[in-house]
Design a protein around this ligand. Structure first.
Ligand SMILES: [Mg+2]
Length: 251
């Protein structure tokens, strides 16, 4: 699409399926947890094969809408339930969670992500805004980000406007000065727009935009294209700023 130009003072970024694909990470983390349980809590592993763990976690998530923003607590409750039902030591819930969580943070970035994020971070402050529980420190990207705000620590998940507003407040910019970037139509684009931010849809799979929603301000298939756009728009603005400075000098 022909990208328009507008000023961007800061960027908030989704993580899962925007910077790395999440499905292979979860499959691997579930396998790591299963292996850990086979070693340390074999009765639990026998009673809860991977499919059963997934079903139980979904059930607990359904029963606890108050925890919709908190995947970490959902996961801990799932583990406690499994250990209790199997007659294993409940004290194993925490080390089991640690094994799962370490694997959950072993992500493989999309090929363009790291270089593009470095280019974005050189232009404007970046903040991570995620409903998931990925830890950017463990993942190694924290140096590129001003901060990371998760739904768990904020208490509400995207698309709730309050989490976008909290991020803008910490960035010390108005929502209209901030661009939110993400893959999810409802959580990132509809949510970001509803909170008054500019929005960029990262559409890596060439999906069709659903007709019932206004289109995002920007749509790109990679973060590299976004970095290219930010370079161009920053150069345009430098020219405009330079021209107005010259005018002032001449006046
Ligand atoms: Mg996402």
């Amino acid at each position: 699409m022909a990208a328009m130009s507008f000023p961007v003072r800061a960027i908030t970024l989704d993580l899962d399926d925007t910077i790395w694909p999440i499905a292979p990470v979860m499959v691997r983390a579930e396998a790591v947890l299963d292996q850990w349980l086979r070693t340390h809590a074999p009765r639990t592993a026998a009673l809860y094969p991977i499919d059963a763990v997934r079903a139980l976690r979904d059930r607990i998530a359904g029963e606890r809408p108050d925890l919709a923003h908190d995947y970490t607590t959902q996961r801990r409750l799932t583990l406690q339930h499994m250990l209790r039902e199997s007659g294993d030591d409940l004290g194993l819930a925490e080390p089991a969670f640690d094994a799962f969580f370490a694997a959950r943070c072993e992500v493989e970035h999309y090929a363009d992500s790291e270089a593009a994020l470095a280019r974005l971070a050189a232009r404007v402050p970046l903040a991570a805004l995620s409903n998931g529980n990925a830890d950017l420190k463990r993942i190694g990207l924290m140096p590129l980000f001003r901060f990371q705000l998760g739904a768990r620590e904020h208490g509400r998940a995207k698309p709730d406007a309050s989490i976008f507003h909290a991020a803008c407040a910490r960035l010390e910019f108005e929502p209209a000065q901030v661009l939110h970037v993400g893959d999810d139509i409802e959580m990132d684009v509809v949510g970001g727009r509803g909170a008054g931010l500019r929005t960029c849809w990262i559409n890596r799979e060439a999906r069709q935009w659903p007709g019932q929603h206004p289109r995002p301000d920007l749509e790109f298939s990679t973060l590299t294209e976004l970095a290219d756009w930010l370079d161009r728009t920053s150069l345009d603005r430098a020219v405009v700023d330079g021209a107005s400075r010259t005018d002032t000098t001449c006046a």
